[in-house]
Design a protein around this ligand. Structure first.
Ligand code: SF4
Length: 207
């Protein structure tokens, strides 16, 4: 790794549930080698390429886009983080990656999404994806999905509040839609979900 002492540029490839196919990884790796970049695995399960320069940043982005990849940028719907779930974890109750894909299929094309909320999907109540520590947290249980809203990390962390329990997958998608629409309608520029929990017409009752 060669890192300039000047502030270097970076680009983040969005990965649904943190998954990446070997052939895609190989193609990204070729770009990283070509431009002397370093991989950083972000907390949100995305792949950041560090060490770009002002001069080569746009070219790197274009080469990644040419591979069909999605890059992080303003106004994009946040890619959910997911634990490994079923069938890869013996406690897993659901296929977390499949639910992640369904959420992206429903909402991923949205543009102009106001910052900022994070979504996490956990395949059982152990909640390894940190579902109670993000704005919209989905947790599989033996009785269906529980939904948490308003969690966050940062300097002033908060635990999400349960707003629904025992949901089917379709009901989860519907509930996520209600939440992101409410956030869009009630946010001027930027707002975390916890600030909306006390709104009188918040679309769920909060435990
Ligand atoms: S949340 Fe449950 S299913 Fe997901 S990785 Fe943790 S233990 Fe496994």
């Amino acid at each position: 790794m060669t890192q300039s002492t000047e502030y270097s540029k970076h680009v983040t490839v969005l990965l649904a549930g943190g998954l990446i196919e070997p052939a895609v990884m190989e193609a990204i790796n070729a770009i990283a080698v070509k431009y002397n970049l370093t991989f950083y695995l972000t907390m949100a399960q995305n792949l950041r390429l560090l060490g770009a320069s002002e001069e080569n940043l746009d070219t790197i982005k274009q080469e990644l886009l040419d591979l069909g990849l999605q890059l992080k940028g303003p106004g994009k719907f946040p890619v959910p983080k997911a634990c490994v779930g079923m069938p890869y974890c013996n406690l897993g109750l659901v296929d977390t990656f499949a639910l992640c894909e369904k959420i992206l299929a429903r909402f991923g094309d949205r543009t102009g999404v106001k910052p900022k909320y994070k979504i996490a999907i956990s395949g059982c109540p152990a909640s390894c994806a940190g579902s109670r520590l993000v704005d919209i947290g989905i947790v599989a249980t033996r009785k269906g999905y529980d939904l948490y809203v308003g969690g966050k990390g940062g300097a002033l962390p908060r635990v999400g509040r349960k707003v629904a329990a025992g949901l089917s997958e379709d009901e989860v998608l519907e509930a996520v839609g209600k939440l992101v629409d409410f956030h869009a309608a009630r946010t001027l520029k930027k707002q975390r979900m916890f600030k909306l929990l006390d709104e009188p017409d918040f679309p769920f009752s909060v435990e």
